[in-house]
Design a protein around this ligand. Structure first.
Ligand SMILES: Nc1ncnc2c1ncn2[C@@H]1O[C@H](COP(=O)(O)OP(=O)(O)OP(=O)(O)O)[C@@H](O)[C@H]1O
Ligand SMILES: [Mg+2]
Length: 360
């Protein structure tokens, strides 16, 4: 998207409209002093507007010599340039690949200004990969649900027959067998119920996400080993989200339970909240999204299952059923949201992303 070009732009203080763009945008003067930066650029570069405006672009965003000469060329020639797949290194943050459009801007006084538009290539590629994964997960969930359904019906008959038998037999050894059948049928029944996933449509209402996070913290705190700490770190400005509260509680509980199980006796879990701007969920771009993060400092997700954890029956635990994450994902998708994961040894983040209403 090119915002374009030699047209006059308002003074930087009037550049609030830039915040409505999904592309990261920076405006500099002819000496590459930063005049404005929009919200998308703040998020992409991990910088805050208050800190960077007035500073040199090259200080906050390392530019190789080649890039600097291209920027100077834009000023000299008064022509925009498009640079594809360039490595950018923000002062605070990891290097990433971006497509860059650099356009000259002139205001009424004919002062040279530059407009830089950045689009992270990684993010674009990730979104299309996410789409593919989402489709695969949906198919896999449908198969699991079908299977669960098939098991559920005869299971009821099996249990009923075992009960009848139990009332007929007098031999205690045989009664033990019927008890085992009934107990195992009950265990299978609850597994199958979990495989079937949420049984009702969401009842969406305004939900205070911090109240929900604190509720989940309270629920798990009672059974927490002594060496495990769980803390909250919230952005109080997040408005209420439209969601089914019980579903949100259940999804977060599944994530927190996993973190507890991954940590064992020692470690720290942090519950965090933040607002993201211009975020794409399931192919739809949202202006504002609430991100609820469950972070732990455990060993991270085992490499061999990392790509598949949202598929049913994938587990890294001997006693696991591999349903907690696919259920959390289904619950949040029913609420137009998403669960995302980033994991490495020492830091695992599970993010619940929910669009904030009142958006365009
Ligand atoms: N925070 C985490 N740290 C490390 N590994 C994790 C974390 N969360 C999930 N995992 C891995 O992902 C696997 C799948 O998680 P999921 O919740 O779907 O199933 P489960 O916990 O094994 O079983 P269930 O939740 O059905 O009892 C886990 O077995 C574990 O190996
Ligand atoms: Mg689990």
């Amino acid at each position: 998207m090119i915002v374009n070009s030699v047209a006059a732009i308002p003074s930087p203080s009037e550049c609030l409209w830039l915040d409505d763009l999904s592309t990261a945008v920076l405006v500099t003067d002819e000496h590459l002093k930063l005049l404005a930066i929009n919200s998308a650029a703040e998020v992409l570069l991990g910088l805050s507007r208050e800190r960077v405006v007035g500073g040199q672009l090259g200080h906050w965003l390392r530019l190789d010599r080649n890039l600097v000469s291209q920027v100077q060329q834009v000023l000299r020639m008064d022509q925009p340039v498009t640079l594809r797949g360039r490595a950018l290194r923000p002062l605070r943050g990891a290097e990433f690949l971006a497509d860059l459009v650099i356009s000259p801007l002139r205001d009424d006084d004919s002062l040279g200004r530059l407009l830089l538009e950045l689009t992270a290539v990684d993010r674009q590629q990730r979104i299309s990969r996410d789409d593919q994964l989402r489709q695969q997960q949906a198919i896999s969930r449908a198969v699991t649900r079908g299977l669960a359904h098939e098991i559920k019906n005869p299971l009821g008959g099996l249990r009923g027959a075992a009960q009848l038998l139990a009332s007929e037999v007098t031999d205690p050894a045989l009664r033990d067998y019927t008890r085992i059948i009934i107990r195992e049928a009950d265990r299978l029944r609850s597994l199958v119920d979990r495989m079937l996933g949420p049984s009702s449509l969401p009842r969406r209402e305004p939900v205070n996400v911090h109240e929900v996070l604190e509720h989940v913290r309270g629920l798990v705190s009672v059974q927490l080993p002594l060496g495990l700490r769980i803390s909250g770190n919230y952005d109080p400005s997040i408005p209420e989200v439209m969601a089914d509260r019980d579903m949100l509680v259940q999804a977060l509980l599944n994530l927190v339970q996993n973190a507890i199980q991954a940590l064992g006796d020692h470690g720290e879990i942090q519950l965090m909240s933040r607002i993201l701007r211009q975020y794409t969920i399931s192919g739809k771009r949202h202006r504002l999204v609430a991100r609820l993060r469950v972070r732990d400092n455990g060993p991270g997700i085992p490499e061999e299952i990392r790509e598949r954890i949202f598929f049913p029956m994938v587990t890294g635990r001997a006693a696991g059923t591999g349903l907690g994450l696919p259920i959390a994902q289904s619950l949040m998708q029913l609420n137009n949201g998403l669960v995302e994961c980033n994991s490495r040894p020492g830091r695992t983040d599970f993010d619940v992303l929910l669009p904030l209403e009142g958006e365009s």
